[in-house]
Design a protein around this ligand. Structure first.
Ligand code: ADP
Ligand code: ZN
Length: 216
């Protein structure tokens, strides 16, 4: 059982790699972004509060996301957990360490996915996904074969995230550099950091991630 964090700016490909690890290694993906998007559709008070912040590209409060992670650590994860999009602040990183400790668990690797800024902007503006099966497409680099129809499952439920536009992305990038990028130094100092080239082809990134995980 291996517990890892996927760390990197928006659009680095964390979600894509996480899904592969889930399929190939019986790991469980804990994506705070996915949890928050679910919460916003739930019509709860919390969902309401986070919607506005997310659409703008800002960070939701540490208390909310730490709470979400704690609630989900009780899942059965034979292959271990993948923390995707969490932690995003030093406070969240400290909290994760404490929570893992309390549950008798530990963090094995932090995989930083490095991608340059121009590539991120290009990747994110143009991105859309299938609301039915989760397949990811892109206007320029990977459009669906038939417009409006998912190649993988045939659904016409294709959607764009409200925060995948240039204005929100600018804020997301700034939040990343101000609040999340210090975690690179934090985990380096803890001796947990490994960096992979997130600009490489998807299979090559997956191979690089696998190499880190297989090193004990
Ligand atoms: P991406 O990494 O592509 O920007 P995510 O799906 O991980 O997207 O997150 C989308 C949004 O959800 C973030 O911009 C932020 O508003 C909120 N969010 C997700 N995870 C966290 C977190 N750990 N702390 C604070 N806000 C978060
Ligand atoms: Zn689909």
């Amino acid at each position: 059982m291996v517990n890892i964090i996927l760390l990197g700016p928006p659009g680095a490909g964390k979600g894509t790699q996480a899904k592969r690890l889930v399929d190939e290694r019986q790991m469980v993906q804990l994506s705070t972004g996915d949890m928050l998007r679910e919460a916003r559709h739930s019509g709860t008070e919390m969902g309401h509060r986070v919607s506005e912040v997310m659409d703008r590209g800002g960070l939701v409060t540490d208390e909310i996301v730490i709470g979400l992670i704690e609630e989900n650590l009780h899942h059965d994860a034979p292959g271990g957990f993948i923390f995707d999009g969490f932690p995003r602040t030093l406070k969240q990183a400290d909290a994760l360490g404490a929570v893992l400790d309390r549950n008798g668990m530990s963090l094995d690797h932090v995989v930083e996915m490095q991608v340059d800024d121009a590539a991120l902007v290009a990747r994110i503006t143009g991105r859309y996904t299938c609301g039915n099966c989760g397949a990811v497409y892109h206007d320029a680099t990977k459009p669906t074969a038939k417009p409006g129809i998912c190649d993988a499952c045939g659904s016409s439920n294709l959607r764009r995230r409200a925060d995948d536009n240039e204005d929100a992305l600018k804020i997301r990038l700034m939040e990343y550099y101000k609040k999340t990028s210090p975690l690179i130094g934090y985990y380096y100092a803890l001796g947990k950091l490994d960096t992979v080239d997130g600009l490489a082809e998807m299979d090559a990134v997956a191979a690089a991630v696998a190499k880190v995980l297989d090193r004990t």
